[in-house]
Ligand binder design. Structure first.
Ligand SMILES: Nc1ncnc2c1ncn2[C@@H]1O[C@H](COP(=O)(O)OP(=O)(O)OP(=O)(O)O)[C@@H](O)[C@H]1O
Ligand SMILES: [Mg+2]
Length: 417
């Protein structure tokens, strides 16, 4: 019996007598036997009701049994087909097996054998139905799996992009942290250095003034002049230091304003030469200045530009050791729109990798050398800020042990003024 209690056989044979005896032979087996005599009728029955097993005579009046078999293979896969054949058509029977028939029965037949074949055919039909059902289940779960796989891949892609984004964020945070630690370190070094820088000139001022106060009136005038010179120089050093700190704190607070005026840049460079000449003389360096013949008029913040040039020339003197080296200040017109100042020295030079960082605050390349020469490491940072707010640019060209050229350009007039 088939699964659903249905066990319907379609017998297709044009011999009426054969059909009757066949029917009798199976009478006790509980099958429902539908008998038709032509291929056309068979196809109608197949479309009309559920058939589990079809027994097909090879020779039908209207078509060949093989054609019926073909239709079953194409359109009624659930039907298990058994071919009926005479001894004469064994070859055709084998052909039928090759085309998908389950078995064949030869006429005349042995009843027991036929019963066994039909039983097996029902079993086969049941199994292949079960197979198809399982296949459908498999296909269905495969579809679910594919959908789940697609979702997983989607999820994976989202996860990957999230991880990547987070990794980038972390890298940025780490960079920020490193930068903060570095700044922190620089600030500590700066505090240590600034205390030292303040102490040296102050000790000298206190020392000389005490010494002078203790001199008797008879003692020589020249001692007093010498002492006062030292006091005054150290006073200037202190003033310069404090000015730089003030400028820097203004920059940090974002409070730098430009006090614009029109002036001759040549005059400013000359003033700087005068101020720095004694420093240069002391180190036996030659200080020279070239400029166009006519005044170089600019509209800018005079004090700030002077401070920039002063820092560049002081640096050139500080970082040049060889006596007789030349320090050159060049003032040039750069067309109608720009003027350029270049300060060149033949000093210790700056390694390529440091040529950018020296414009950052607190940067001193050789702390030991700077301690010897003094300074806060703020000069170039302030200079860069001042040039930036004039819409200009400042940069350095340098070779280690050969010397450095610091160059800046500013617009002749401030565009917004
Ligand atoms: N002409 C130069 N030759 C070689 N190194 C230089 C020169 N100018 C600047 N540097 C390097 O750049 C660093 C930063 O210069 P910056 O003017 O900012 O500071 P400083 O001169 O050390 O201190 P301050 O300007 O406050 O007196 C210097 O400490 C030095 O290491
Ligand atoms: Mg300096």
């Amino acid at each position: 019996m088939s699964d659903f209690g249905l066990s319907r056989i379609l017998l297709i044979d044009d011999e009426v007598f054969f059909c009757e005896t066949f029917k009798d032979a199976l009478a006790d087996d509980g099958y429902e036997l539908v008998v038709v005599h032509t291929g056309g009728e068979a196809l109608r029955e197949l479309s009309r009701q559920a058939i589990q097993v079809a027994i097909i005579d090879l020779q039908l009046p209207d078509m060949s049994g093989l054609d019926v078999l073909k239709t079953i293979r194409n359109s009624h896969l659930e039907v298990c087909s058994i071919m009926l054949t005479g001894h004469a058509s064994m070859e055709t029977a084998i052909k039928a097996l090759n085309q998908g028939a389950y078995a064949y029965i030869t006429k005349p037949y042995q009843v027991e054998e036929v019963r066994a074949i039909i039983r097996n055919a029902f079993e086969q039909q049941r199994l292949s139905r079960e197979n198809r059902r399982l296949l459908e289940v498999l296909q269905e779960s495969n579809r679910h799996l594919m959908a789940a796989k697609y979702q997983l891949e989607q999820f994976n892609r989202e996860l990957e992009s999230k991880v990547e984004k987070r990794a980038k964020e972390l890298a940025r945070e780490r960079q920020k942290n490193e930068r903060l630690t570095e700044l922190d370190q620089l600030k500590s070094e700066f505090l240590a250095m600034i205390s030292h820088e303040l102490k040296t000139p102050l000790t000298s001022i206190i020392g000389y003034s005490t010494y002078l106060l203790n001199l008797s009136p008879q003692e020589r005038m020249s001692e007093i002049v010498d002492g006062l010179t030292r006091i005054s120089r150290n006073g200037y050093i202190l003033l310069d230091l404090i000015n730089k700190l003030l400028e820097f704190s203004k920059i940090e607070a974002g409070k730098v304003d430009l006090a614009l005026e029109q002036f001759d840049l040549k005059e400013v460079v000359e003033e700087v030469s005068l101020i720095t000449a004694p420093m240069a003389r002391e180190k036996k360096l030659q200080l020279a200045f070239t400029s166009p013949n006519l005044p170089v008029l600019v509209e800018a913040d005079r004090e700030k530009i002077k401070q920039v040039i002063l820092n560049l020339v002081s640096n050139a003197i500080k970082f040049t050791e060889k006596p007789d080296s030349q320090i050159l200040i060049q003032l040039e017109d750069k067309g109608n729109d720009f003027v350029q100042v270049t300060v060149s020295d033949q000093g210790i030079g700056i390694p390529k990798q440091d040529q950018e960082v020296i414009f950052e605050s607190f940067r001193q390349l050789d702390p030991a050398a700077s301690r010897k020469t003094g300074g806060t490491g703020l000069g170039l940072a302030i200079a860069k800020k001042f040039i930036d707010i004039h819409q200009g640019k400042i940069w350095v060209e340098s070779e280690l042990q050969q010397g450095s050229r610091f160059i800046f350009q500013i617009p002749r007039r401030q565009p917004w003024a």
